[in-house]
Design a protein around this ligand. Structure first.
Ligand code: SF4
Ligand code: SF4
Length: 396
């Protein structure tokens, strides 16, 4: 098997690794499991060994010394226990693009037939249902029926200026559905002309990257692009950082794309969203894909500080150093216990701030942190920023 899943740049970057281990110090999977083999440095060493065993003279002379099947399986297991949070990349002193490398490595493992069963589930669900949970895609916008004053068109207009791309988690999980409900009400009250895509919204493709199935992305891209074009929209808004991130990085740049936090900030600065007093001490958790991924750090903080009465306390690790909540990289599907342990570490850090509520800008962070708070009976509110703003809206 040639090393075709890696770019020349990636192959060169790997050689720059100095074995400094700084990446291991910030890894949430390592700190929650106490297993050094889940770290970036361990993975880098294993990957180099695999790559070398496939090429040139080394291959001809030492081919038998490549990893055994058992070693392959174990290595693959460690690779899929990463949340793809990108914290290792953030601190790597030689600037290796580690997150992209982990995505390429997962693709390599799929091509090499060493991958977890859940990968097949993700592939089958997306092929058959166009969403990651094998739900009926016609029910994507069913949450609209739970709105207090849902309009007759149910936000499924023929044409609109803005498309609101909800994403799979927010469309189907009852806890996460509160986010599109809040954002729809905010946009309605602020006079934003928006529509949903309904059943014509297919998964953005983000789970494919984590599953090592990047090659399946194009079909989803083509479909979603034409669905947005049909609406005549110029702009797409996302409350999901992973949808936003994948549209930024992999979709053609035909439309203006914006995250909900950026939209909220603009609506506040244009005075289209009068806010009432809401006395609450909060801290803010930067979702990995929105913060480290898309570098959106200031807008959510500006929104929070615009709500009269809200006091923001920063986490010890915030902005580009914010610790993952445990919900990324498909880890929740692969190892729910490790995902929960990472979330517990996160909540311990939040409790240390003394905040009454932790606010984030991601449905998956809300889910993982809420589950931990409920399981451990912690007196802490977990909310998406859209929910907090919805609560602060005047006349609500
Ligand atoms: S992406 Fe995050 S979880 Fe994965 S190795 Fe890097 S720091 Fe660890
Ligand atoms: S931080 Fe970068 S250079 Fe240091 S061990 Fe990790 S990958 Fe290698």
């Amino acid at each position: 098997m040639p090393n075709r899943d890696y770019t020349v740049r990636q192959l060169l970057e790997m050689e720059a690794c100095t074995n400094c281990q700084i990446c291991a110090d910030v890894c949430p999977a390592v700190s929650a499991s106490q297993l050094g083999e889940l770290s970036a440095i361990f993975r880098m060493r294993g990957l180099k060994q695999i790559l070398k065993s496939r090429i040139g003279l080394f291959h001809k002379i030492f081919a038998r010394k490549g990893p055994s099947e058992k070693q392959w399986r174990h290595f693959s297991d460690t690779v899929f226990h990463c949340t793809l949070c990108g914290n290792c990349q953030e601190v790597c002193p030689v600037g290796i693009q580690l997150k992209d490398l982990w995505v390429s490595l997962r693709q390599d493992l799929v091509h090499s037939d060493f991958y977890p069963n859940k990968v097949e589930l993700i592939r089958d669900n997306l092929e058959e249902s166009h969403n990651v949970f094998a739900e009926d895609n016609e029910e994507r916008a069913d949450w609209v029926e739970d709105l207090r004053d849902a309009p007759d068109h149910g936000y499924l207009k023929d044409q609109a200026e803005v498309v609101y791309f909800t994403g799979c988690v927010a469309a189907y999980f009852p806890l996460a559905q509160k986010i599109p409900m809040a954002l729809a009400e905010i946009m309605e009250k602020s006079g934003v002309d928006f529509t949903l895509l309904g059943e014509e919204e297919w998964c953005c493709g983000f789970p494919l990257l984590g599953a090592g199935l990047k090659e399946m992305l194009q079909e989803l891209i083509d479909h979603n692009m034409s669905a947005v074009r049909e609406k005549g929209a110029k702009k797409i808004v996302f409350a999901c950082p992973s949808c936003y991130q994948v549209w930024r990085e992999y979709y053609p740049h035909e439309f203006e794309i914006t995250h909900a936090t950026q939209l909220l900030m603009n609506l506040i600065s244009e005075n289209r969203m009068p806010l009432k007093e809401l006395p609450l001490t909060v801290t803010y958790h930067d979702p990995c894909d929105l913060g480290r991924g898309a570098r959106v750090f200031d807008e959510p903080r500006e929104v929070l500080c615009s709500i009269p009465g809200v006091k923001l306390l920063e986490l010890p690790r915030s902005r580009e150093n914010c610790q993952c909540c445990g919900g990324g990289g498909n880890l929740e599907m692969i190892d729910p216990n490790l995902s929960a342990e990472i979330a517990k570490q996160k909540i311990d850090e939040v409790i240390g701030t003394g905040a009454q509520a932790v606010i984030t800008s991601c449905q998956q962070c809300v889910r993982t942190m809420t589950a931990t708070v409920r399981r451990n009976k912690v007196p802490l509110e977990v909310m998406d920023i859209t929910q907090l703003v919805r609560r602060a809206l005047k006349d609500s």
